[in-house]
Design a protein around this ligand. Structure first.
Ligand code: GLN
Length: 383
């Protein structure tokens, strides 16, 4: 039957590459190093605390902004890590995942034709989030192959309509991170042009080689302009929980909550009760970067047996590899071919560009058990 049609608000958007590649991996029984999620169990203690919360009857709505003891634990953790005070009452909201927090931040701020600076490759939700709110994404490529920001280009692309700048460190998909000189440039630019910041910090603890995470929360002049988004799923190995939080100054957060309260209202209570307790143990988060650095290094060492050539990964779940000396296929076709013919799934980096920029690199997720990485590399050596 020819049903009624609606005019698409996102005419150029298809199904996200993560869903596409994970489905292909399942279909071809491939080892899935595409979508970013761990294949190992989350901390047993967190499982236990969650079961307890369920049994003890914490099963009704939590407050709209989130379970207060959890917000207090987050504030304590931020003080411990970044040496700053965040008010749990007015500056923290628990969200159903990092992506939701990012979406809500854009929805809170953007009006028709407002421009947002987005660096490509960009996590694939940002631009649709901006456009569905009537905003315009001003896309600036990160410099290849360092994937660093060209701040002169940022200055050149600012207009009277520029409202926000979207940042992501550690960066998905490239594993690049913001450095001190980036922060310095950012400070000057947001001040000079009066810009707001959306900072995606879902990989905050996944940063390697002793580098500090330069959270926007550390810098008072940046923090006062920013919505900073975090994820529990990414850092405590429970991406299926879809739990995270947003931190913003009180006046921003009041507006954020106006949007949030009529969208999901509040998040899964048992997980909030459990996380409130779990986060009191500093070891719960202080060991994460070391844990993932070992995974990155283990995967990199195994991959030396293959003909793929690595780009550096300074953070996140991901490492990029050049394949263009191995194949003439586009990165998308190569990823599909690899999944079908060699039973290892990866993500083409061009999927993170609006106008598919193909630099001959693909993204592998190393947030996997050692045996999974070993089995994947046994297959990749044949390429
Ligand atoms: N952030 C994950 C990744 O980059 C995907 C999350 C999702 O599929 N929505 O792989």
């Amino acid at each position: 039957m020819e049903g009624l049609k609606i005019e698409s608000k996102l005419p150029n958007v298809g199904t996200t590459i993560f869903t596409v590649m994970s489905a292909l991996a399942t279909e071809y029984k491939a080892i899935n190093l595409s979508q970013g999620f761990p294949d190992f169990q989350m901390p047993e203690e967190l499982v236990r605390l969650t079961c307890n919360a369920l049994q003890q009857g914490f099963n009704q709505y939590s407050p709209m902004a989130g379970w207060m003891p959890l917000r207090e634990s987050i504030a304590a953790k931020i003080h411990d890590l970044y040496g700053v005070n965040v008010n749990p009452d007015t500056e923290i909201t628990i969200t159903p995942g990092g992506t939701y927090g990012i979406y809500t931040a854009f929805t809170t701020v953007l009006r028709a034709s407002d421009e947002v600076i987005v660096f490509e490759p960009a996590y694939d939700s940002y631009i649709p989030n901006i456009e569905v709110n009537g905003g315009i994404a001003v896309r600036i490529p990160l410099e290849f192959p360092t994937y660093r920001i060209n701040w002169d280009e940022v200055r050149a692309r600012i207009t009277p309509r520029t409202r926000m700048i979207a940042l992501n460190s550690p960066h998905n998909p490239t594993g690049s991170i913001l450095r001190d000189d980036d922060i310095e440039q950012l400070r000057q630019i947001v001040q000079e042009y009066d810009l707001l910041i959306m900072s995606d910090e879902v990989y905050e603890h996944l940063i390697y080689d002793g580098e500090p995470h330069r959270s926007i929360l550390r810098y008072p002049d940046l923090r006062e302009r920013a919505f900073v988004n975090f994820s529990f799923g990414k850092v405590y190995h429970c991406t299926g929980w879809k739990m995270g939080y947003c931190i913003a100054p009180p006046a921003f957060m009041a507006e954020f909550r106006k949007v949030h309260q009529f969208n999901c209202f509040s998040c899964f209570t048992p997980a909030q009760v459990a996380l409130a307790e779990f986060l009191k143990d500093r070891e719960a988060y202080r060991g994460i970067s070391n844990f993932y650095q070992q995974k990155r290094d283990y995967f990199a060492k195994l991959m030396q047996q293959t003909r793929f050539k690595p780009l550096p990964s300074y953070g996140s779940y991901f490492q990029l590899y050049y394949f263009d000396h191995l194949s003439d296929l586009s990165d998308k076709d190569f990823s599909i071919w690899l999944t079908k013919e060699h039973s290892v799934a990866c993500i083409p980096v061009s999927a993170f560009y609006q106008e598919a920029t193909d630099n001959g690199v693909v993204r592998f997720c190393f947030a996997k058990k050692e045996e999974t990485l070993e089995r994947a590399v046994e297959r990749l050596v044949k390429v």
